[in-house]
Design a binder for this molecule. Structure first.
Ligand code: GAP
Length: 449
């Protein structure tokens, strides 16, 4: 079987309405994407499942939804203003900029090491390169009517910031005791030097993040707990094939400025195994620093020792778009049906944008259309994401639904008028069964998880 290429996913995404280039009619804007009608359903299903499992099913995790723009001091305290940068080199003739580590093909941000590795190397356009330097990824704007230094603010580079600044608010309003978590789903912005690989590395992203506050003694246990939980979520809840996942432990050089330890889950993307999901031990870095910069006491009383202590934080963080790319790549398959090749998205029904498609065998036979339309209306009440499809012949309709991952197609034919039975076709096996129209909902309900 031919190996999946990223172009397969890009083309399917555009053709079937999952992902479009942002501002496409103006030539696009590098690093920005829009989700189409099917993409937004897939994204919402992924986010809803994450929220259910990381927040609602937990006893001690609470949600927040913070502002995208926060006080600039937050980013000074978090270290992002000084430390959130990537090494960059510039083509000295055409001024195109590149990630120095990517050009050198190494995983380091050390400028001296990169300078040595890139010595004498040319840019992809064959021109001399500048010395590597750090480039801060924070995006900035101004609030208010005067665009001066005092009005300068930043679009958040990660959602975690508003979680730390709301630590006391949540602890007090929810009467929370350690260990407890605060979770958030929201947009983040990074002025990536070279956005690439479709929606893998973008400049406007959405993150799903959990900060789990613990006593320092519990760091190892909580770290293991949440990194295993991320794996479990990918495999058991989203249905990602376990053989495409692997662990990557960060070396000291790779770790973010706030992390004491970090493990990524890598997914085998069409362009190679790359970071999908990070678990970090952020120690007391954030709360200590925010306490210092804000002059607020962010410590808690450890009841067992009677001592005041700053909680440690274990973080679980994943990008929604990167997860969507994972789910699409993992589900994308090609096989042959009746001698013809088909593309089929083997999505878990709980993730699939549409759950059921309903068709009359022929769209110009009013008695078939009336029967099918009634069944469609009933199923839509129950399952919401039900699609009416009467375009083209039945084979084409099945191919179209396979390509967008609709788990079940229902066809109303002439026999339906005699015995009220309809055909239910299974996307993955293409097997068909006959079921009475009244029993379709009860037959499909248990299979749509
Ligand atoms: N709060 C921790 C944090 O932001 P990170 O490793 O920089 O850590 C976490 O990002 C996750 O966010 C990554 O594992 C990835 O899934 C996603 N992510 C980060 N940068 C991204 C980008 N430029 N485009 C798409 N997703 C990104």
């Amino acid at each position: 079987m031919t190996k999946l290429q990223i172009e397969d996913i890009v083309s399917l995404s555009k053709r079937r309405g999952f992902v479009f280039q942002a501002s496409e009619i103006y030539g696009g804007l590098s690093g920005f994407y829009d989700y189409g009608p099917l993409g937004v359903e897939l994204v919402n299903n992924i986010k809803q499942l994450w929220w259910e499992h990381f927040v609602q099913r937990q006893d001690n995790v609470f949600g927040v939804d913070g502002a995208t723009i926060q006080h600039p001091e937050l980013w000074r305290a978090s270290g992002h203003l000084s430390g959130f940068s990537d090494p960059m080199v510039e083509d000295t003739l055409n001024h195109k900029r590149y990630r120095a580590d990517q050009l050198a093909g190494v995983d380091t941000t050390d400028l001296k090491e990169l300078a040595l590795l890139l010595k004498g190397k040319k840019s992809p356009d064959g021109n001399p390169l500048s010395e590597p330097r750090q480039f801060n990824l924070m995006m900035q704007t101004w609030v208010g009517s005067v665009e001066d230094e005092a009005a300068k603010v930043y679009l958040r580079p990660e959602t975690a910031g508003a979680i730390f600044t709301n630590f006391l608010n949540v602890k007090e309003t929810m009467r929370a005791k350690l260990p407890f978590g605060i979770a958030q789903i929201g947009k983040a912005f990074r002025n990536e030097i070279s956005p690439r690989d479709f929606i893998f590395r973008v400049r406007e992203l959405e993150q799903m993040e959990l900060q789990y506050f613990i006593y320092p003694d519990d760091q190892q246990e909580a770290y293991e707990q949440w990194r295993q939980f991320a794996w479990h979520f990918l495999v058991d809840i989203l249905g990602v094939n376990e053989t495409s996942l692997s662990w990557h432990k960060h070396s000291q050089k790779e770790r973010a400025h706030y992390a004491k330890a970090a493990h990524d889950i890598y997914f085998d993307f069409p362009f190679g195994a790359k970071e999908l999901w990070g678990t970090h031990n952020r120690s007391d870095f954030d709360l200590s620093s925010h306490a210092k910069f804000s002059n607020k006491d962010l410590s808690i009383l450890d009841e067992s020792s009677g001592q005041k202590t700053i909680p440690y934080v274990i973080e679980s963080s994943v990008g929604v778009g990167r997860l969507l790319l994972t789910v699409l790549s993992d589900a994308f398959s090609r096989d042959k049906v009746g001698g013809e090749e088909r593309i089929v998205l083997k999505l878990k029904p709980s993730v699939a944008p549409y759950k059921i498609a309903v068709s009359p065998l022929l769209k110009n036979k009013p008695e078939l259309v009336t029967f099918a339309r009634k069944l469609y209306e009933e199923l839509k009440q129950e399952f919401l994401m039900v699609l009416w499809d009467d375009n083209g012949n039945i084979g084409k309709r099945y191919r179209r639904q396979d390509e967008i991952g609709t788990p079940f197609c229902i066809t109303v034919d002439f026999d339906s008028l005699k015995d009220r039975s309809v055909t239910i076709r299974d996307r993955d096996t293409t097997k068909q069964i006959r079921v009475r129209a009244d029993n379709v909902a009860s037959t499909l309900k248990p299979r749509l998880h």
